[in-house]
Unconditional design. Structure first.
Length: 213
């Protein structure tokens, strides 16, 4: 049992590869990431959708304490949602999970926030899924991209590599046969397709690593 976790504040995603050989895809995207009808399209095509609320807005007059308390509440809500889903699966004995390391583009307050949220997630995974630190793996963005093809792949190339992969799932087949349902009129992929695909390549990187141990 393996899990690939693509973590972000707005649209985390998880890919599971079960003991039965099934690929399962999850999005934990915020309500503002996509329209409700697109979440329905994802659900109809093999993606489990757990739509999360956006962080509650704060008045401009909010002080540091109020902002930090809001982030704690929001971070716990988001990370508990992911951990709760994963805890329903059996990882305790021989399961493994992988998380993508921090993005090269994350700096300043954004890096501080995503780092804090991810440490919350790591702690919850250890507790809720009853795993050890040795069952958690971390890969750089470049390593994950290399699994898809090349270490400098862009989002579109990661998705293209997924479409051309041997992944046998409803989601992959939907992207292959009816891509327009997941794109804008100009052909750009809609959120959170890239995050879901990234979580798949994280899982594949973990699978590759475990197979070469």
């Amino acid at each position: 049992m393996i899990a690939g976790i693509d973590f972000s504040i707005k649209s985390p995603a998880v890919t599971l590869f079960t003991k039965e050989g099934e690929w399962r895809f999850y999005t934990f995207a915020r309500q503002s990431v996509a329209k409700e009808d697109f979440f329905l399209t994802l659900q109809q095509n093999g993606v489990h959708v757990i739509c999360l609320p956006d962080e509650a807005p704060l008045p401009k007059s909010a002080n540091l304490t109020e902002r930090e308390r809001s982030s704690i509440t929001d971070g716990l809500m988001q990370t508990r949602s992911i951990s709760k889903m994963l805890s329903a699966w059996s990882f305790k004995e021989d399961g493994h999970m992988a998380i993508e390391g921090f993005s090269f583009g994350s700096t300043g307050n954004r890096l501080a926030q995503i780092s804090g949220y991810q440490w919350l997630l790591r702690s919850l995974l250890l507790k809720d899924c009853e795993i050890t630190p040795e069952q958690l793996w971390f890969f750089s963005p470049m390593t994950i991209k290399a699994t898809a093809g090349k270490g400098n792949f862009k989002k579109e190339q990661m998705i293209e590599a997924f479409i051309n992969s041997d992944c046998n799932s409803r989601f992959a087949e939907a992207l292959r046969t009816k891509p327009a349902e997941f794109q804008t009129k100009k052909g750009a992929w809609l959120k959170p397709i890239d995050d879901i695909v990234d979580s798949y390549w994280i899982a594949k990187t973990l699978e590759k690593t475990l197979n070469t141990k």
